[in-house]
Design a protein around this ligand. Structure first.
Ligand code: 13P
Length: 257
């Protein structure tokens, strides 16, 4: 009998998450795709995530329901230019974020996700390696800032996260009368990350919320895509997403309003 497994990223709509066999972040889904022993994988996510599933499980037929599902991290990257850029750093190790096309990853020495990028780059620096990072310049700028690295960066962004705007964020925070926390995905711009109480992958943000035991009235600002809010609902609490037009991708979750 054909074994069909449906995988969904945390960013998909609740109805898709409800019917999936496994919901996770990029790393969790890639690991599951490798180990699930499926004949067919239906991947509800971005095209590069489905490509990754095929790479780690080449025997499986991988179906991407929406072929147009892409991200500006891919569309902003010209592969020929990337190749020249990579060749201009012959003595560097090229680390590529998994949110890039298969062609892009083929030019890299290492592929990382937002869950393991910090550990892998720390490992390379500990070995005395020089590193270049692509395609996410926001994530790369954060790593350079946070750890004092000097990685040359490719310049593409995730258009959803790049719209987070520090000025709008400041205005929002100034309007709050309740205590607040800001938790952000590292694809967000550096000024927003510098202001964040926690920075992590989608799974990391979710774990932060689950472990949160502070003031019940606190406003928690979540700087990432909306789909994750579904997973952030906690029994006994009322969570309201008050996405504001100027904040664009800063979601405001209020408890007991
Ligand atoms: P993670 O699943 O690694 O958090 O990255 C997801 C993503 O696409 C961020 O936009």
């Amino acid at each position: 009998m054909t074994k069909v497994v449906t995988l969904a990223h945390y960013y998909t709509i609740p109805e898709v998450q409800q019917m999936a066999d496994k919901v996770g972040d990029s790393l969790q889904l890639a690991l599951y795709a490798k180990e699930c022993n499926a004949d067919v994988i239906v991947f509800a996510g971005v095209r590069f995530m489905a490509e990754t599933a095929k790479m780690v499980n080449p025997k499986a037929r991988v179906i991407l329901p929406d072929l147009g599902s892409t991200c500006s991290l891919v569309t902003m990257t010209n592969i020929n230019q990337l190749k020249k850029w990579r060749e201009s750093y012959p003595d560097h190790v090229h680390v590529a974020y998994i949110n890039s096309s298969a062609e892009h990853k083929a030019l890299a020495d290492w592929t990382v996700t937002s869950s393991n990028v910090e550990d892998i780059i720390a490992h390379l620096y500990a070995q005395g390696k020089k590193v270049i990072y692509s395609p996410d310049r926001n994530m790369g700028a954060y790593l350079n800032f946070q750890y004092g690295y000097d990685m040359p960066l490719w310049s593409a962004v995730c258009e959803v996260h790049d719209k987070f705007n520090k000025q709008a964020l400041d205005e929002l925070i100034n309007s709050l009368t309740l205590p607040h926390f800001l938790i952000s995905h590292p694809e967000s711009p550096l000024p927003v990350l510098k202001q964040s109480d926690y920075i992590g992958s989608t799974a990391g943000l979710l774990n932060w919320i689950k472990a949160y035991s502070g003031d019940i009235k606190a406003v928690i600002l979540v700087a990432t895509e909306d789909g994750i809010l579904y997973q952030m609902q906690v029994p006994g609490r009322t969570w309201i997403s008050a996405r504001r037009q100027f904040i664009l991708a800063v979601n405001v979750i209020r408890a007991h309003i």
